[in-house]
Write a protein that binds this ligand. Sequence first.
Ligand SMILES: Nc1nc2c(ncn2[C@@H]2O[C@H](COP(=O)(O)OP(=O)(O)O)[C@@H](O)[C@H]2O)c(=O)[nH]1
Ligand SMILES: [Mg+2]
Length: 325
Amino acid sequence: MLLDEAQVQVEAGNGGRGAAAFQKVKMMLGPNGGDGGRGGNVFFEGVLDINALSNYRTNRIRKAEDGRDGRGQFVDGRDGEDLILNIPVGTSFTNAETGYTREITEVGQRILIAGGGKGGRGNFKFRSSTNTSPNEFEEGTQGDRAIYHLELRLIADVGLIGLPNAGKSSLLNELTAAKSKVANYAFTTLEPHLGSYYGLILADIPGLIEGASEGKGLGAKFLRHIERTKTLFHLVAADSEDVVRDYRIVRKELKAYKKELDNKAERVFLSKADAVSPEVLKKEIAALKKIGVQAMPLSLLEPESMEQVRKLLNEKLQKPSAHTV
Ligand SMILES: Nc1nc2c(ncn2[C@@H]2O[C@H](COP(=O)(O)OP(=O)(O)O)[C@@H](O)[C@H]2O)c(=O)[nH]1
Ligand SMILES: [Mg+2]
C-alpha cells in the first residue's frame, strides 16, 4: 500500500577533532597537527519512486558519517560522507521542532536538512609569534539533529485517469521507463505510478470507479493526488459497451470529490482504438462529441496515434517551469 506519510530522525556527522602533534625531528620542533574533517551533511533528494517513503516505515535514525580526526604530519581528517535520503517528488517535510517546512518538487532536487559539524583545528593553526609550540587543538562540533515529518501529495504534469482496464498503465509504460503492472482485468494497479517523459512527470492514477469519491475501492485515496496534477489525460476504452457512460462515471467522481477538479484541463482519448472497427470508433467519437467531448483515438499498436500523444507531451515540455505546481 502506498505510504504517503512518514517520519524520519536524522543526524548529520560530527566534526573530527583537530590534532596536537609536533615534528619529531630535533631541529624542527614545530606543531604539525592537522584539522579534523567536516561531518557529513544530510539531504533529501527527489526521486520518481513514489514508494520511497516506505524506506522510513521504521523510525530508525539516519546518520551521516562523522569527520575523521586530524593527525600529525599535517594530515587533515577526511570529511564524512554526505547522506542522501530519497523521497518522492511532491513530498513536503517539516522539522518537528522548528516548523521549518519545504517541498521537493523536482527529480534530483536536493535540500540540506541537517548540516555536518565543523572539523576542529589542529595545533598547527594555533601557532603564533608568541607561542611557537602550542598544545591547543579544537574538538569538532556536533552535527545537526532533527526529526522531520514527511507528507506526499503526488505532483505530476500529466495524470492518466480512466476506469480500470482503459490502458493507463500500458500507456505509461510505453511512454516512459516505468513498469506499472498491466493486465486484462480491473484493479491490477493498486498504487499510482510515476514515469518521466524527458523530465515531464506522468502519473498513472488507478482505482477510479463509480463511488470512488465516497470511499469505494482504492480511488478515494488517490483522488487527492489528482488535485495537484496539471493536466489530465482521460482514457476511455473504445471496446467498452458505452463510452459516454464510462466517461461520465469518471467525471462524476472527480467532481464529487472536489468541485475544482471539474475545471482541470483534460484531454480525452478513445484508448485501444485498434480493438474496434473504424465504424464503431466513428460512432463513439460522434457520441462523445454530442456531449461536448472531443476524443482522440489512441492505440499502442498504431504508431501514428502514439506520435500524436508524444506531440502533445512535447508541447508541454517546451513550456518553461514544467514542474512548478
Ligand atoms: N488492443 C489494445 N489493448 C491494449 C491497449 N492498451 C492497453 N491494452 C490492454 O488492455 C488491458 C488493460 O491495460 P492496463 O494498462 O492494465 O489498463 P489500466 O487498468 O487502465 O491500467 C491489458 O490487457 C492491455 O494489454 C491498446 O492500445 N490496444
Ligand atoms: Mg493500471
